[in-house]
Structure formats: C-alpha cells, structure tokens
Ligand binder design. Structure first.
Ligand code: ZN
Length: 331
C-alpha cells in the first residue's frame, strides 16, 4: 500500500542521548538503532521502499520524562522541539511531522510548550514517555494525577492527540524482572507499564471531565483490547473506592478516547482481535522505527487478510482525519 502514514517513529538529537541505559539490549542491534535515530536520508529511502509517505517523529524514550530536574526538563524540551523543527521538519516538510516533547515534571509549563509548538511550529500533538521522574529516578508522576489535569485541559482546547509511549518500570519496582532483565523493555515491561498507566487514565474520570481527549497507544493497545474486558468484568466485584471515579465502563473509553497503532506488531490474529474490540476507525498504521523494521511491518500490513477498505483507513485515512492532514488523504 502506498501513502501510508506512520506515527511512532523515533529520533534523537546528537546533543541529547535520550535513550538512557540499555544494558539488557544486544550491543550491535543498539548501535544500529542509535545511528538510525539520528539519520534521515536512509530513513526516507526506507520509507519510499515501503510505501510510507509521512512519518510523525518523536524523541525516543525515556526522553524528557527521564530528567529528574524540572528546570532542565523545561529547557531541554524546548531545545529538542526547536531542533526537530529547524533541522528536520524544515528540510523535509513533505515527509515528516512531529510530536512535541514535553516537560510534564511541570504540567503548566508542559501545557505552554504544547501550545507554542502546535501554534508556532505546526506540531501535530505530543508523545509522552510514560511517567515523569521528579527529583530522583525512583519518583514518578503519572498522567492521571490531579496536578496534571490543567495540562489535559490545554490538550483538549488545542484538539491534538497525545501518544502514550512506554518506558521501563521505576528502578525500585523491578524485582519481578531480576534474572530476566531482557523482559524489562520492549519485550514485556514496556507493555505492562503502559497498559497500567492507561488504566489509571481510564479509571480516574479524566475522560468524563475532558470527553474530547484523544490518547494514542502503540503495540496494538499494549494488550488492552485483549485484557480490558476482563478488567471490567472483575472490577464489578471490587470496592468502588478502589478503582477511580470513572462514570462509564472501561471498554467504552477504549473505544471512544483511544486510537491504537500497529507499531512493532505484525500479527494478524492480534490485529483481528483489536478490530473486533475497537473497530477499524480506531486503528492506525505505525512501525516503531528504528527499533523495528519498516519492511517487516509494512510487508505484513500490506498483505494481511483484512478488507481493502480497512487497510486504507488504517494505513492512511484515519491518521489524515485525526491530524487534519487533508492533503495526505490517499486518492
Ligand atoms: Zn516506540
């Protein structure tokens, strides 16, 4: 399929190595990833070969969220957003768009920065790498917490989506992975972390207060299409005060406030389950480049047994609508 739009495509500045420690990752694989994070010509060739018209770029995890000093986070977020606008978007305006990096350590500053980059630099939303560290690496702020709600008010006003991207669990909450550190990242821990963070958003009542918020999740919803019905079923038997102030059933929020991307997944069975749970209007194509291969994901997606109408929606039309990219709708 031609003219695909891909949403979970990462970059990194040579001035800020955002990837943090990757002791558990194979060194050759990681070296290749790091080279590709900072490179755009080969990336465009790869996009051309695989029918990807546009990639929406985001600073790789843990990015700004991993900076423990809020002041530094504010400065660096601004620098990174300016960098991607000046050095990448301006050179390839027809191939790349960008999600903002935000200093959620200070939610009001994050709101201001989002408004600045959306209105002045044409960014299409934000990508948030899970919880934000504040003060030290074992302290987390999650996005459903009351101090973050003014940020969400701004997001709703600006009518842009927020992509909730994984990062590894807090260092002091990794006991269960001891001896199996390979599970900490994208193999498993990422998904558990992000699905649980999404449950916090769903259960908190955030979407009752701001019903027009749109959250995007990668990796076909981090398992939620499969697991959320069970969560909903069992929560009926838990004391009310133990699962937030949400007014609707959890699966309703997944259908109404979330979009789910194919990043890093090329499994038809999982896609079919996702389509059965949320419908083809809520699924978007993505790769998760350069951690994943454009060729692997694209060749699967282009040929997987779904209707051509759904393929068009997932590959192009849903994203073009969501981001108001009328010129990119496939003719
Ligand atoms: Zn990713």
């Amino acid at each position: 399929m031609k003219r695909k739009i891909a949403l979970e495509e990462h970059w990194e500045s040579p001035n800020f190595l955002a990837t943090g420690s990757h002791d558990f990752t194979d060194a050759d694989y990681f070296k290749n990833v790091q080279e590709r994070l900072q490179e755009y010509e080969k990336r465009i060739e790869d996009m051309d070969r695989n029918g990807i018209q546009t990639s929406i770029l985001s600073l790789t995890q843990p990015g700004i969220e991993g900076i423990t000093d809020p002041k530094r986070a504010i400065e660096l977020a601004r620098k990174m957003n300016d960098y991607v606008a000046e050095t990448i978007l301006s050179k390839h305006p027809d191939r790349f768009l960008a999600f903002a990096s935000l200093p959620l350590q200070d939610p009001e500053e994050a709101a201001k920065e989002l408004e600045r980059v959306v209105k002045e630099l044409g960014f299409v939303g934000a990508l948030v790498n899970g919880y934000s560290n504040i003060g030290d690496e074992n302290t987390a702020q999650y996005l459903d917490e009351p101090q973050v709600w003014p940020f969400w008010e701004k997001v709703e006003n600006l009518q842009v989506p927020v992509y909730l991207h994984p990062r590894i669990p807090l260092p002091n909450q990794q006991r269960i992975y001891e001896g199996y550190e390979g599970l900490l990242g994208s193999a498993w821990g990422f998904g558990v972390e992000t699905a649980t963070h999404s449950l916090r958003l769903i259960l908190s009542g955030l979407f009752d207060r701001y019903p027009n918020l749109t959250i995007i999740l990668g990796h076909l919803g981090e398992g939620l299409p499969f697991t959320l019905p069970r969560v909903e079923h069992r929560l009926r038997h838990q004391r009310l005060e133990t699962h937030g102030k949400h007014k609707k059933a959890p699966t309703e929020y997944l259908r109404e406030n979330f979009y789910l991307t194919t990043s890093g997944v090329f499994r038809t069975q999982a896609l079919i389950d996702t389509l059965l749970e949320v419908g083809s209007d809520r699924v978007l194509f993505s790769v998760d480049y350069p951690y994943e291969s454009m060729e692997e994901i694209s060749s699967w997606f282009d040929n997987c047994p779904i209707s051509e109408i759904d393929r068009l929606k997932i590959g192009n039309e849903n994203a073009a609508k969501l981001f108001n990219l009328k010129h990119l709708v496939r003719q």
